[in-house]
Design a protein. Sequence first.
Length: 574
Amino acid sequence: MLWDTRTRVKGFFDNCRAGWAVGRSMSRFRLLAPMVGTSLLVGACGGTDVEPPTPAAVVAGTSQSVSARVGDSVAVVVRVVGTDGRGLPGQTVAFAPSAGTVTAPTALTDGGGEGRTTWIVGSATGTQTLTATAGSLPPLTISATVGAGRPERLEVAAGDAQSAVAGTAVAVRPAVRVRDVGGNGVPGVRVAFVVESGGGRLSGDTATTDATGLATAGSWQLGATIGTNLLRAQVVGASLSAQLSATGLAGAPAVVDALFSFPDSAVVGSTVGQPSVPSVRVRDANGNPVAGVPVAFLVTAGHGTVVPLSAVGGADPVTDAQGRASVASFTLDTVAGPNTVTAVVGEKRLAFTVVGRADVFARLQLAGGDEQHAAPHSTLALGLSVRAVDRYGNGVAAVPIDFVPLQKEVTVDHPRQVTDPDGIATSGRVDIGATSGWKIVAAMRSSASQQQVWFNIRVAPGPPAAIGWDWLTVYYGLPSVQSGYRSRPFDVSVRDAYGTPIPNATISFAVSPAAAGVVSTPSRVPGTAVTSLTTGATGVVTVVLDSYDFVGVAKITATAPGVPANEFPIVVTP
């Protein structure tokens, strides 16, 4: 321990008088602290006055160049020496750091001339300096090479808030930076990456920070479900962590399926409304709903009408956040049968088919068997068919129909029938009676006789069998006429075996004796003879006898091809 030369020591040595000022009488007065059990040692005690040494320099008491980390405390010792090279006590030393702080900005040198402080280095990496000055002496500079400090925080550096198709990797690999208290990147720190939510996975889950404190994970593949994926980075062995997020998006449309059950059938012309309208859900390959996809709803069978839902300017509806799209309503065609609406998403199609069924019964229509031709005592070649239809003309099934002949000589076997799925009802066998002409059979709905249609059947005569005569006025006995006059008219016809006149038959006439008169027609001038006539559509011709001056029985003979001749006697009276 060095004693200040200003210290007064009295009675220290036998040969030094009491009260002798050390500074005046000794050039060196060094008191060495003895070891236990030893005595004090005194050196250079004399009577000559010597000037004390003056401060000469500030020198480093420790290394003048040190290495430290940000936030480290560095013990600094400097020594003030005098002109004789020995440390001077009691000197004021000021410490000024270029960065950081010191615990004691000034210090008094101790007995060995040493002044001390603690330098807490600054937050910047690189070279920092601390200057120690004592009075006007040249300053002493101590330099510190400062590296990054201990990890103090972990922050996201790259790869946060990304988005990618669910089930695929994000474009930027997740990266974090480890920083010290000064914000400097800390190298050589192990960081673990853990998938917290979303179901994704990492190809590399640990990394060591580089020279800038950056740690980069491997490829981050998001989970297959759309939504938020979370990744946590954790400094190994420390509580520092950071979270990164990414959003899994829906991929391209891969599946188009029906959202609601579409009805199998509906009445023609009716409207299918919510929620049974054609509705689809569009999903990607992972089953996630795909939003914002245009969906075209096209009528591909029938002539129904689609009303879009929330379509602007006629544009196709687009899928909502749940991948759903639908139409507001669908009106069926008025014609019974399949009605199909096809949802089109790109190359994908989904068909919705509803069968339009007939509305309620409205009226009957002739369907077949009208205006048939038949012979007497025959059966119609075709049954009589009607069609029960709704207001649009579609066949209505299960309608009971009665077939009713309007002439007694016509009979219908199984006259009540029920319409089939096409609305058709066909009568049983229809038998025709003996008479020719037009026959009528009415078809009507069983519960509504006013709703009916008629079948007209033309019964034509059979082959010619005989020639018949018919007076237009009934007489008893033989017909007669007065000589020289015209007889009353009578009808002549060629008839079939059932007595039915045959149309368009040619009949020839002759009178015997020739002197009795001539055959004529009521419209001709009396005495104008006709030798033949052709029956019209009725199968009958009307003739008269214009008698001459004759009295007796006149015979009119009628002949026609294929049948025997027939004589008609007339008495000519005076």
